[in-house]
Each structure stands twice: as C-alpha cells, then as structure tokens.
Design a protein around this ligand. Structure first.
Ligand code: F6P
Length: 547
C-alpha cells in the first residue's frame, strides 16, 4: 500500500464512498434547496456550480482533508516560489511568472525573472505593431497578410485554440494558419493559394529539435526560396524558442528570435512568446488581456482557502470519481462554437501532464492517475456521443462550459444553446424513472403491451455528475481565466497523486523507434531486426508504394 492509499484521509473517503455510492443526486436535491448556494463559487465573473455532483458537505470536507494532507497548499506555494518541482528535469515550473501582472518579483535560482519576461513582452509588442501597421514588410515590400505558425503539441494547440476562441476579435487584415503534422498534406494544403510575398512564418519550438517542426519549417523555407529567393528568408521567417544555437543553425536571425525559458513547460507555454501568433493576429493588447485573465485565476488559486478554491475543488472532484468511483474518463463540453478546439487543447495539458504510472520517488503507484479526457462543443456533441453519457454502461464525469452572452445575438440561437446546456445537465442529473416513462406513454395513449416493450429503453438512470462553468462572454480575459483554471486543476491532481505533472518521458520511445525505422522505409537500411508485425507492415507498405 502506498502512503497515499494508506493515509487516514484516503481511508476515510473509501468508507464515505460506501455511504454515497447508491445515493441519487435527485434525492439530494429534493432534500436540500440550498445546494446551489452551498456548492458554487465565483471568481472575477466566472462561476463554478458543482452542486450536480455525487457529494454531500461531508464529501467536500473529506476531499478537503485529503488535499490538505497531500500538501496541496505547500506545493502550490513552492510552484509560485520557483522551486524545482519538475524533479526529473530539475527545473522550476514557472508559467505563472509569464502572466504575473503585479510588481512582485518571481525568483528562480535566486534570480528575478520578471525583467526578462517584460523585455520579451516588449519585444513582441514592437514586432506585432511593426507587422500590423505595415512597417515590417516582405522582401518585395508588400505588407504581411498571413501568419503561418509552424509548431506541434504545446507549440501549436494553445495558439490555435485561443485564436479560434477569439476569432470575433480578429480583423481581416491578418489571417492565421497552422502547420503541425509531419504529413506533407498538412503543409501543402496550408500553403495552397498563399501569396509568399505577404506570408510570415513563425517557427515555434521550445527545443528547436522536434522532427516534425524542423522538417515542416525546412519545406516551408524551400517553398519560399523557390518563389522569392534565398534573401527572402530573413524577411519571412521568425522563431520562438529557448534554443538560440539551433535557431541560428536554421538560418533565422536571432534578432527575430523570441526567447523563453526552460522553466516554461511546452504545454504551458501559450503565455510565453509561443503566443506570438495570437499577439500578431489580435494585437498585443488582446494578448495581454489574456495574461490578465490568467493572472486573476492565479491570484484566486494562490490565495483562496481550499474550500473556496475553484481549481482545487474541481481537482478533488476529479480525484473522487477517478479513485473512489473508479471512473477512467472525463468529458469537457463547451457550449460555445468558439471553444470547439478547447477539449483537444486540454487533452495535451491533462493527459501529457498526469498520464503517469510512477510517483515522484519512482515507485509504481497503486491508484489511478490522470483520466482519459475527451469532448466536443455542444450542441453538436449531443448528436454524437451523448447517448453513451446518458444510457451507456461507462461512467463519465463531465464539465459543461456555458457562456451567458454571444458575440452574435441572432434570433433565438443563444436561448436555444443555453437551454440545451441547462437541459442536458438537468437530464444527466435527474434522469427519468421507469414510472415516469410509463405514465408519459400512457398519457399519450400507447398500449400497455407497447409500454412494456418501450419502458426499459426510454428510462434514464440519471445520477451522472456534471460541473457547470459559466463565463459572461468569450473574451481574451475569460479565455485566460479558463486556461489557467484547468492548468491549476491538473497541477493539484498531480500533487495528490504524488506524480511529476511536468515531464513527458512517455512520448520519447515512439520518437526514437520512428527515427530507426525511417531508413528501413527508404531502403537505406535493410528491413530487419523488427518483430514480425512491424516487419510485415514494412514489407506491405513497400509493396504498395508507387515508384
Ligand atoms: O509531445 C512532446 C512534446 O515535447 C510536447 O511536450 C511539446 O509541447 C511538443 O513536443 C513540441 O515540442 P517543441 O516545442 O520543443 O517543438
């Protein structure tokens, strides 16, 4: 037994789970009209309603005890104090410094990083103003009209998600595009129809060694040179990276490299110069509003007691379902078309952070860690996988994200959208009993025989837990808040599970093997030394390959 599962706080929750597991939320709501007030929290306009969870006040007290006994508050303080909490890479985890909007020094290894953070923000501002106001031009003197971000994972997902979320703030003067997949189709389709003279490429890579990004950047450079000549590269390529040497080797002038630091994890880097495409397309003021929103959430997380701390509450509810109910999956369901990419972004932040199987001391853990995260925008998701959420055998915990106002108030679209948001969370919680189904069918004049046939199919068990997050409107500020909220939630869960949420060794092995296999595909190396499946696949692909 690990120290965690052996702890009194864990054991108390195990006992409490026996009391709660068969309780229906319907009955909890019937008994307690104050449930919403009791189980909701607000921070700078954002509301979390967590009353539709399988919890009582006792549950929340015990989850709070667990958080306290796992040292969540101390770990949070260590992160905000710049300690090397990413132990396997011996680094601080300091993305909070990137959005520190106060005068507070942010110290890593005895050194205040704020002057460098502010200097890079200033450099970004100058560059963005130059591009947006037409002082920075392409090699033939034309204004830049398209920004192509070349990056993958954390150097792509946050930027693409934020730009999609904030599309209503974008003018038609500058259009963003993205190349991430090493599949050449992504590059070719993205560059199709683009005017090289008005295109600016940002090569975004923390390490500047990522195979996909470097190959894509090299092919994009070839495309540009073919159209405009070698001299064009310095007018049409900039870089965002921590690796100055590699940026130089690639041929990008380091005056046009926007740096960040090893204490910023890739999946936590949207706040750094990795967000350059956001700043270019929306303007630096909007990018800084996003930082303000994240800072507001950082302050809430840093200073609120456990009982009123939104990221901690969400994290502990996740622990409740993962470790005590034994559920593996968590769905994120934004009811706003602008947030369509949010679940995909969150998949990396959550699953790359907490998809771990050994604890900080390297011992295998005897409890579940990070969940499988999936999701999609409502109402489309309702017509896709909601059937399983309502009546399937797998249990899934859920976050619904609702937005009170719409950028495009058109007829009754927003009313219908919000009524679906509310209707779904209500249906998931309440369900529909067989008795209710039978009464409804009888009222409609359905025959007794047919009622017997239909009733089991039309019954909903309910008791499906949902968090409801409500934002006033999608703005740079609220996007900043939302992202920071989930980052901190994931951090808290990592602390409880005693894992390192900030490394990602699991993505290495596949990369190494791919490097070894490439020469076997090209014929530079013989097809050998593989298991028979890999061997068979390689040979078949070779057979199918068109000369
Ligand atoms: O997927 C592994 C990973 O290292 C991510 O953590 C990171 O966001 C991504 O690759 C891209 O890395 P880089 O920014 O160094 O190109």
């Amino acid at each position: 037994m690990s120290a965690l599962t052996d702890s009194p706080a864990w054991q108390a929750l195990l006992d409490h789970h026996q009391e709660i597991k068969d309780v229906h939320m319907r009955d909890l709501f019937k008994k307690d009209r104050g449930r919403f007030e009791r189980f909701s929290e607000r921070s700078s306009g954002l509301l979390l309603d967590y009353s539709k969870n399988r919890i009582t006040e006792k549950t929340m007290g015990l989850l709070g005890d667990l958080a306290r006994s796992c040292g969540v508050e101390e770990a949070r303080d260590r992160m905000f104090n710049g300690a090397h909490i990413n132990t396997t890479e011996d680094r601080a985890v300091y993305h909070v410094a990137l959005r520190n909007r106060s005068d507070r020094a942010m110290i890593v290894d005895g050194h205040d990083v704020m002057p460098e953070v502010r200097a890079v923000l200033e450099k970004m501002r100058h560059f963005c103003d130059d591009v947006r106001e037409g002082r920075w031009r392409g090699v033939t003197g034309k204004r830049i009209r398209t920004i192509v971000n070349i990056g993958i994972g954390g150097s792509d997902l946050g930027v693409i998600m934020a730009l999609q979320a904030l599309r209503s703030y974008q003018s038609d003067d500058l259009t963003p595009r993205f190349i991430s997949n090493v599949d050449s189709s992504h590059l070719v389709e993205t560059l199709r129809g683009l005017d090289a003279e008005t295109t600016l490429f940002i090569v975004s890579s923390k390490s500047f060694t990522t195979q996909e990004t470097l190959l894509n950047a090299t092919s994009a450079r070839t495309w540009l040179i073919k159209k405009l000549g070698t001299d064009a590269v310095r007018h049409h390529f900039v870089a965002v990276s921590t690796n100055e040497e590699k940026v130089c080797d690639f041929g990008i002038d380091t005056d046009y490299m926007f740096p960040f630091w090893d204490w910023v994890g890739g999946r936590y880097s949207t706040w750094s110069a990795i967000g350059l495409a956001i700043a270019l397309v929306l303007g630096m003021d909007k990018f800084e509003e996003m930082l303000e929103g994240a800072f507001a959430m950082d302050e809430h997380f840093r200073t609120s007691p456990i009982e009123h701390n939104i990221p901690i509450i969400m994290a502990m509810l996740g622990v409740w379902y993962a470790n005590f109910f034994g559920w593996s999956t968590h769905a994120v369901l934004p009811y706003d078309q602008y947030l369509t990419r949010f679940p995909q972004y969150l998949q990396q932040v959550d699953m790359e952070s907490n998809g771990k199987r050994v604890d900080l001391q390297g011992r295998p853990v005897d409890y579940q860690t990070g969940p499988i995260v999936f999701g999609h925008a409502g109402t489309n998701a309702q017509h896709s996988f909601f059937q399983l959420l309502h009546q399937g055998k797998w249990d899934v915990s859920m976050d619904f994200i609702g937005v009170a106002n719409n950028h495009h108030p058109l007829r009754d679209h927003q009313t219908i959208l919000l009524s679906n948001f509310l209707g779904q969370t209500k249906a998931l919680m309440w369900g529909k009993t067989e008795k209710e189904v039978r009464a409804q069918l009888k009222k409609k004049g359905v025959s007794a025989e047919r009622i017997d046939q239909l009733a089991p199919h039309m019954t909903f068990p309910g008791n499906k837990p949902t968090n409801s997050l409500v934002l006033p409107l999608i703005t740079p500020f609220t996007i900043g808040q939302l992202l920071a909220l989930y980052e901190h939630k994931i951090f808290v869960q990592g602390v409880v599970w005693n894992i390192n949420s900030f490394d990602q060794w699991g993505v290495q092995l596949g990369k190494e093997l791919a490097r070894d296999l490439a020469p076997q595909i090209t014929g530079e190396a013989p097809i050998m030394g593989n298991d028979c499946s890999t061997q068979g696949l390689l040979k078949y692909m070779k057979l199918l390959k068109k000369e």
